[in-house]
Every structure is written in structure tokens, then in C-alpha cells.
Design a protein around this ligand. Structure first.
Ligand SMILES: Cc1cc2nc3c(=O)[nH]c(=O)nc-3n(C[C@H](O)[C@H](O)[C@H](O)COP(=O)(O)OP(=O)(O)OC[C@H]3O[C@@H](n4cnc5c(N)ncnc54)[C@H](O)[C@@H]3O)c2cc1C
Length: 422
């Protein structure tokens, strides 16, 4: 028997709970970290859905990536990482990465003969929750040009219905990805390095002894509880995070969205519009504010406001309300004949993870030191999780492989700021 001590680094068994953009991008960064050893380390993503990853907000979001997003300390890492990932892996082809124009549009919808009671459809969006994407913009970011004039290449919104148009942020400050394709690409690239995915695996608890994480208990909808040993566990279950750790103050709101395929001969120029649409004369005074995203494959994504529907047990139980999707279509159709003539190819809903804790707005990213060594949380990314996924994942990989965050100062996002037990 040899008495020699092995010089090999200790084996890391890392379990990531949640296959949304945060979990999949974290799997990518961990498996691409210079200290990752595919012959020694094991990384497993547990995802509750039986059909695949990105079944929640990460596959159904708009996909905006902006330098003016928030919180700035995470955006400052995330935006350049998006640029780097797109260059490295041909993101333009693979996940629709491109720079995009962005503007704020205000005007009145028209009650075209082809629309069914557009006035009440606009009113439908009136008193619900806004996603608050533009909250991070400084006044100086929004050009105060307030006039009717639309940019020359924004031909798919009616100029005659426009009251104001203001470009938001500068050239090169706003980009976009297709969130489902970005998330699934991150996972595929991680899997090419040996990361494993368990679908239909609903984590129930992260277990630890006096000091360290020991593993994760999970079950499927039909099978009994199983235990997967772990040295590190990363909790990124988005809106479902409190079902595993109730002290994490993540709340949720359900948001509907649709995807419109324009007629084949219609080209939709690259604009993302934050709208305020008043109903046609005589249809009341409630305003709707759908967000409209032209995408590189010429489809158009539109999302409405949030509602108070309660979170189902797992992502497969999210209900889609047809009337909410129809209202979103009527709203954008009332300002664009190009969109009105298009076909709605997707009607969907998902839950936004929101953090509101005193003055703290999230996300919550870092070690849960008061729980156990090796326990990390990355959740509550509100309306900027697509933008902030690379920064979040990069700092988690630093924590796991280097023991501290080196690329950003994220003290304000630390779990301990959000609950005394974390
Ligand atoms: C309508 C809308 C538009 C948006 N637009 C943008 C945008 O333009 N730009 C932007 O940056 N952000 C946007 N966002 C925000 C962004 O989508 C979210 O912040 C982000 O997707 C959150 O990712 P996540 O991985 O934390 O959560 P999720 O995408 O919800 O993923 C969590 C995953 O965990 C799984 N899970 C949950 N519980 C368990 C469990 N117990 N065991 C195993 N797995 C579990 C779920 O099934 C799910 O797959 C938008 C959000 C919405 C709703």
C-alpha cells in the first residue's frame, strides 16, 4: 500500500437545480472554466419539465440584452460576455444574436374592420403589472425628440397613428438573442463537455450536514424520492425557488406573449418598441403597453402585462389564457397593418421571477454561507434574466472554482442581504 498522498484536486459533484437560462448558462460556465476537469468533476442539471429545458420564462421571454439594463454591476459583466459568446460560438446563426434599434412609441390604435372590438382589447391590458424593463434608463438615455416622426426604416407601425416616438439609448447599447435558442445552445455546449441533464427531476430539498452540502433530494411526478450526492448545489429554480428554500423572497407574476409570423413578402425591420397604445376614439381611456420585438428570423414577439395567477406546482402546469393572447394581438394589430395581416403562431404564458424586499430589487446571486459550504443561489432575475445570465453564470463558476467572485462587485446581491438565514 502506498502512503503517498494524491495530488489530484478533490472531485467536485455539482448539482444545478433548474434548467432555465440561469441554470443552463451556469452549466456552460462551470464546464468551460479552466479548472474544470471532465475526468474528475461531475455536473448535473436537474430540470422539473419532462420535455426539455427553457420551458419557463427563459424560453418565452423577449430576449433584449441592453447596456442600460439593471442592476448595472451585473450588466457590466453580462453585456461583454454576450458579445464574447456570440463571437465564439456564432451566436448570430445559432441564437439570433444581433444589435437592434429600440424606441418608445405612443399613439392611438385604430378600430380597423378586421379587428374584433379593439377598444376593449386595449382596455384589457390597462390595470395590470408592467414588466418595468425601462426602469434602468437614465433621462439622458431617452432622446427627448418627442415628435410624430418615425425613423425611415420603421415602416411597420402606422405613422398616422403615432403621437410620439423616442429612440432609447445609443447605437450599440441594445442587442437581442432568441432566448430559447440561447438557453438550449448553452446547455448543448455544456453537454459537449460532459454535463448531464436529468429531465422530469423535481428537486425537493438541498441537503447538508453540519458544514457542507451533501446532495439533492428529487422526485418525478410518478417515481419516489431519490438522492443525488453533491459537493456543490446551485439553486436557480426561478419563480419556484421558494418551494425549495422558503426564505428566498422571490414573488411571481404570470405574463402572456404571442409570436406573429408576418406575410412572406413583408420584411419587419429590427426594432424593439415599448408602446403606449390608447384605444380608438369612443372606446374608453385605458392604455395598453405591449412590448414588441422584431426578431432576426422575421417573426415578431409581443408580450403583455403581468397578472396575479398563482404559480403551478411545476412548469408543465402553466395555463395559457386564450383571451389574454387575443387581446395582445388586437393591441398591436391596431397600430400595424403588417402585424394585423400576420399569423399568430404561438400563444404562451410564463412566470416572471420578481424580488421586492425593502429597497432591494434582486437578483439574488452568491453563496448561502449561513446554510452550508457549497450552497449557492442565483434567482430573482426579474425582467432582465436573459441579459444578465452570462454575468451570473460567470461569477458562480468563479465561486465554485476560485472560491470568490473576481469579475464584479456583487455584495448588494448576496443572499445574506435578503434573509438572515441565508
Ligand atoms: C414576458 C417576459 C419577457 C421577458 N423579456 C426579457 C428580455 O427581453 N430580456 C431579459 O433580459 N429578460 C427578459 N425576461 C426575464 C427572463 O425571462 C427571466 O429573468 C429569466 O428567464 C429567468 O430565468 P431562470 O432560469 O431564473 O428562471 P426560469 O426560466 O423560470 O427557469 C427555472 C427553471 O427551473 C425549473 N425548476 C423549478 N423548480 C424546480 C425544481 N424543484 N426542480 C428542478 N427544476 C425546477 C423550471 O422548470 C424552469 O425550467 C422576460 C420575462 C418575461 C416573463
Amino acid at each position: 500500500m502506498s502512503s503517498k498522498k494524491s495530488n489530484a484536486p478533490p472531485k467536485k459533484k455539482i448539482v444545478i437545480v433548474g434548467g432555465g437560462i440561469i441554470g443552463c448558462t451556469t452549466a456552460y460556465y462551470l464546464s468551460h472554466h479552466p479548472s474544470f476537469r471532465s475526468d474528475i468533476d461531475e455536473i448535473t442539471v436537474l430540470e422539473a419539465s419532462t420535455t426539455g429545458v427553457a420551458q419557463g420564462a427563459s424560453g418565452k421571454a423577449g430576449g433584449l440584452v441592453a447596456k442600460w439594463a439593471y442592476p448595472r454591476e451585473l450588466v457590466d459583466v453580462s453585456f461583454p460576455e454576450h458579445v464574447r459568446l456570440a463571437e465564439l460560438h456564432n451566436g448570430a446563426e445559432r441564437w439570433g444574436w444581433r444589435y437592434v434599434n429600440c424606441g418608445s412609441w405612443e399613439g392611438r390604435g385604430e378600430d380597423a374592420p378586421s379587428l374584433a372590438n379593439v377598444g376593449s382589447a386595449i382596455g384589457d391590458g390597462g390595470d395590470k403589472t408592467s414588466l418595468e424593463k425601462t426602469a434602468g434608463l437614465e433621462d439622458s438615455d431617452v432622446e427627448q425628440r418627442k415628435g410624430k416622426g418615425l425613423p425611415d426604416d420603421l415602416g411597420w407601425v402606422k405613422e398616422s397613428l403615432t403621437d410620439f416616438y423616442s429612440p432609447m439609448a445609443g447605437d450599440g447599447d441594445t442587442a437581442q438573442v432568441h432566448p430559447y435558442l440561447f438557453t438550449t445552445s448553452m446547455l448543448e455546449l455544456a453537454q459537449s463537455k460532459g454535463v448531464k441533464l436529468l429531465l422530469g427531476a423535481i428537486a425537493a430539498s438541498i441537503e447538508f450536514d453540519m458544514e457542507n452540502v451533501t446532495g439533492v433530494c428529487y422526485q418525478s411526478l410518478t417515481a419516489p424520492m431519490k438522492f443525488i450526492p453533491a459537493t456543490h448545489a446551485i439553486l436557480c429554480a426561478g419563480p419556484w425557488t421558494p418551494t425549495i428554500l422558503p426564505s428566498v423572497p422571490v414573488k411571481t407574476t404570470r405574463v402572456h406573449s404571442i409570436v406573429i409570423q408576418p406575410q412572406p413578402d413583408v420584411q419587419i425591420s429590427p426594432y424593439v418598441l415599448f408602446t403606449k397604445i390608447d384605444p380608438p376614439e369612443g372606446f374608453g381611456d385605458k392604455t395598453a403597453s405591449p412590448e414588441v420585438y422584431a426578431r432576426p428570423n422575421n417573426e415578431v414577439y409581443v408580450c403583455g402585462p403581468g397578472d396575479k395567477s398563482s404559480l403551478p406546482y411545476f412548469v408543465g402546469g402553466v395555463k395559457v389564457d386564450d383571451a389574454a393572447c387575443e387581446a395582445i394581438f388586437q393591441q398591436v394589430a391596431s397600430i400595424s397593418s403588417e402585424l394585423r395581416a400576420g399569423t399568430v403562431v404561438k400563444k404562451q404564458a410564463c412566470f416572471l421571477p420578481v424580488v421586492k424586499e425593502g429597497k432591494l430589487g434582486g437578483p439574488i446571486v452568491g453563496p448561502a454561507l449561513r446554510m452550508a459550504k457549497g450552497y449557492y443561489i442565483a434567482t430573482g432575475h426579474t425582467c432582465w434574466g436573459i441579459c444578465n445570465a452570462p454575468g451570473t453564470a460567470k461569477v458562480l463558476a468563479e465561486l465554485v472554482y476560485e472560491g470568490k467572485i473576481t469579475s464584479a462587485k456583487l455584495a448588494d446581491l448576496a443572499p445574506s442581504k435578503y434573509a438572515t438565514t441565508l
